[in-house]
Design a protein around this ligand. Structure first.
Ligand code: NAD
Length: 363
């Protein structure tokens, strides 16, 4: 039998597709990763848990919460047994729950270190929300604890699992835009009073730690370089009681070894629809919005003729499912996650430099 070129492409396509069809027990026949969710707030209930539900590689098997009623309702939704609901005091007992492989930490920032370290000591892998911690020392301690326990530590940089972000990176790396000359990025929102995000003890800092970190992380993965020089400003414009312990605005520039400069802005004082714009010698791309949970839009122009205009699928928790799938693959195949503790630590060190460049204390 002779195969035409078209037959060959079709068979190759089928072979590739079948490699990605998971069995009932996950892609490699391994059992799905059992997740314990710590902190039942917006990100875990609205995004992470629905994302895991769509994953064939994981399931929610335990919850840690200070609110038993809320936890019982979530347990019913996800088929978690009532005996697998823990609170912050007794959560170390997860050590004895063999159904739990990994812990997802979605608590206020200053609690990330303690709960990551407790989870590692209980013998569990950890996926921790960004920002990794509220100090560089805590971030280092989290990495040490995970290494000592021989467990994985990944920081939940969901955008790095988003197909449109990956496409933007590929366009830059393949040279389609020519030499990159400059990047702009911003992300911010008008915060309501009373949020834990306004309390330095819980948040560690203001919008830079919370949403500016997306611009910082994106500048690093878009260039594939590490910043060499940082200049920054910080200000409080609204003296209305919200910004007594954290900053309201940070604007900063980062110069990379190639000479690319990224100019970034973040605020808690107004809505800045998160975006990035990359200017190259042959063309430019913009993603707006870039850091939302869905509806990302990548647009651009290369030369005179090539237009880029792509939307991510609407209302599908793709990033969270892909992130959880990646974590499962790393656990199953003993691989280092794409966004390990060291990636979170790098951002912590850089945010510390940004604060100091703006005349504020480092982290
Ligand atoms: P949230 O306020 O909605 O939830 C926080 C949870 O922590 C709640 O369940 C709350 O009960 C619990 N908690 C325990 N002790 C607390 C205390 N002392 N004060 C306040 N809450 C306490 O917050 P969130 O928006 O879900 O954020 C949680 C973490 O997730 C943060 O680190 C945040 O930066 C991160 N986050 C990530 C993304 C993302 O897209 N990756 C988006 C939002 C938030």
């Amino acid at each position: 039998m002779t195969l035409t070129r078209r037959d060959f492409s079709r068979l190759a396509g089928l072979a590739t597709a079948s490699a990605f069809v998971p069995s009932a027990h996950g892609q490699t026949g391994q059992h799905p990763i059992g997740w314990c969710v710590v902190g039942l707030g917006r990100i875990s209930m609205d995004h992470f848990m629905p994302g895991v539900k769509l994953s064939q590689k994981g399931k929610i098997v335990a919850l840690v919460s200070g609110h038993r009623d809320k936890a019982e309702k979530q347990a019913t939704l996800y088929g978690v047994s009532q005996s697998a609901i823990y609170n912050y005091d007794n959560m170390d007992a997860i050590r004895d729950n063999k159904e739990i492989d990994a812990v997802y930490i979605a608590l206020p920032n200053s609690m990330h270190a303690e709960y990551t370290i407790r989870s590692a000591k209980a013998g569990k892998h950890v996926l921790c929300e960004k920002p990794m911690a509220t100090s560089v020392a805590d971030a280092k301690a989290m990495i040490e604890a995970s290494k000592a326990a021989n467990r994985k530590l990944m920081i939940a940089y969901r955008c790095q699992f988003d197909p449109l972000h990956i496409k933007a990176i590929e366009m830059i790396r393949s040279g389609q835009l020519g030499q990159i000359q400059g990047i702009e990025s911003a992300f911010g929102f008008n915060i309501q009073p009373g949020e834990w995000r306004l309390d330095r003890k819980l948040a560690g800092g203001g919008p830079l730690m919370d949403v500016g970190i997306y611009c910082l992380n994106a500048s690093r993965y878009l260039t594939g370089e590490e910043p060499q020089e940082i200049k920054a400003y910080s200000s409080v414009i609204d003296h209305d009681g919200r910004f007594n312990t954290v900053e309201e605005n940070v604007s900063w520039t980062m110069k990379f070894p190639s000479g690319i400069v990224a100019a970034c802005n973040t605020t808690y004082g107004g809505n800045m629809n998160g975006y990035f714009r990359v200017h190259g010698a042959k063309g430019a791309i913009e993603m707006l919005p870039a850091f939302n949970y869905d509806g990302m839009h990548l647009a651009g122009q290369i030369g005179r003729d090539q237009k880029i205009d792509e939307l991510s699928p609407v209302r599908e928790p793709m990033e969270f499912t892909r992130q959880a799938d990646h974590f499962a693959d790393c656990v199953w195949n003993d691989r280092t996650p794409k966004t390990p503790g060291e990636e979170g630590l790098r951002d912590m060190e850089l945010m510390s430099e940004i604060y100091q460049a703006a005349g504020l204390p480092g982290l």
